[in-house]
Design a protein around this ligand. Structure first.
Ligand code: PLP
Length: 411
């Protein structure tokens, strides 16, 4: 998308506003699919929590994607977007047996990451096949340095507990149809990913009724120049070869599944905000924008870097700014950034604003959540209205403090 197209959107729909470029999402989807073209059965399940607008879900559906969901509400959202239950995998963590049963009733694929729940579910519903989430205890420690750690992670069932899983399966007569891992964003390089995959293959061998192996996600995208990016093409080549060999020894063409969020939508997103004021202190020039961590919390929550560009003055001379929000707390988006000269009312654009940005927005300070726009087919489509005062009041119930208090009779 071009800067002047973004500017026009800010003028038309107001600020702040999230803008997503459908072409970029399609490009990333096709890039991943073609990296694994040598695998007979590939399934990409978009991780809904990254960006859960129904139009984004429908766009991904039109590309052939399935979805990965982490709550019963995301399952319902996926069904509302038109995904069939078999295109939805439900991968929760720390939810009740009851919520898993609700998902199973809706017919979606179930992924269980807890021995106690596995045993209870298998006992009650031996006919419903489930996938199990394994914790391979692998993480990247510096450069290509493989270490075994994360023993205390709350995610997945430890590989050291496979004998216990096998015993539950034998006792309940349940069916395990998939093996899954998602190591989070720890895995930077391909060798570590392949190493973790070997652990998954070793586990998979022990289950005879598999349909798929799910390698999760954690793919890196660049946030700024010089950032490490997962080399999907190289991973595709190496993992496909290894996966195909595994299927041969297993005796069945399994489905290779992934569940990327960030990789598919991060770079498609632009967050447009307007500068309220430029404030000079003794040491710093602050650009104060009409947003805060109520709209984009990643910089404050994770220390994430989002590039900030002044699209109103792209030719202006560069100066140093600290970009902050309007929330009554410290909400620094970027410290000491080199940005083209900023004037009040300029539009600043935050890059990589597709994943974990709007989906983490709140109403803190009783502010409205922004509008969302999808740039599709060379046109701007409003896909979520900016909130209004009614949204702040919805569900709030007022107590009548003028009513007479009940008098309690003392004995
Ligand atoms: C969040 C999540 C993902 C997506 O992770 P990204 O880093 O955005 O690709 C995939 N699988 C599960 C189970 C998740 O919780």
């Amino acid at each position: 998308m071009l800067d002047n197209q973004l500017l026009k959107i800010a003028q038309e729909f107001g600020s702040p506003v999230y803008v997503y470029d459908a072409d970029k999402i399609e490009k990333q989807y096709n890039r991943l699919a073609s990296a694994f073209k040598d695998v007979k059965k590939l399934k990409i399940n978009y991780a809904v929590k990254a960006l859960s607008n129904i139009s984004i879900l429908k766009l991904l559906k039109s590309l052939g994607s399935g979805i990965d969901t982490v709550s019963i509400q995301e399952v319902k959202l996926g069904l509302a977007a038109g995904f069939s239950p078999d295109q939805i995998i439900y991968t929760p963590n720390g939810v009740s047996l009851n919520e898993i049963e609700q998902a199973a009733k809706l017919g979606v694929k179930i992924n269980i990451d807890n021995l106690s729940i596995l045993e209870q579910f298998g006992t009650k519903h031996p006919k419903t096949p489930v996938c199990i989430r394994i914790n391979p205890h692998v993480m990247a420690g510096g450069n290509a340095n493989i270490s075994v750690g994360h023993i205390d992670s709350k995610f997945g069932i430890s590989i050291h507990q496979i004998p216990h899983i096998l015993r539950i399966v034998e006792n309940t007569k349940m069916t395990i149809n998939g093996i899954h891992m998602h190591t989070g964003s720890d895995i930077l390089d391909i060798e570590v990913f392949l190493y973790a995959s070997e652990i998954l293959f070793d586990t998979a061998k022990q289950f005879r009724n598999l349909d798929f192996i799910d390698f999760g996600s954690g793919f890196k995208v660049p946030y700024k120049q010089g950032d490490i990016e997962t080399n999907i093409e190289e991973l595709g080549k190496k993992l496909s070869e290894r996966f195909n060999a595994f299927c041969k020894t297993y005796g069945k063409d399994l489905t290779l599944a992934f569940e990327p969020g960030k990789f598919l939508v991060s770079e498609s997103g632009n967050f447009l905000t307007q500068v309220n004021a430029v404030k000079q202190t003794t040491s710093t020039v602050f650009a104060q924008i009409d947003s805060g961590f109520n709209h984009l919390i990643r910089p404050m929550l994770y220390g994430s870097h989002h590039e900030i560009i002044n699209i109103s003055n792209p030719e202006g001379r560069e100066r140093f700014y600290t970009v902050v929000g309007y929330i009554c707390e410290t909400d620094t988006f970027g410290n000491n950034r080199r940005i083209n000269e900023i004037n009040e009312t300029d539009i600043l654009c935050f890059k990589n604003a597709g994943a974990y940005c709007f989906s983490m927005a709140s109403n803190y300070n009783s502010r409205y959540r922004p509008a969302e726009v999808l740039w599709y087919n060379n046109k701007a489509h409003l896909i979520r209205k900016r909130e209004a005062f009614d949204d702040i009041m919805r569900n709030q119930i007022e107590v009548d403090f003028n009513a007479k208090k009940d008098t309690i009779l003392a004995k």
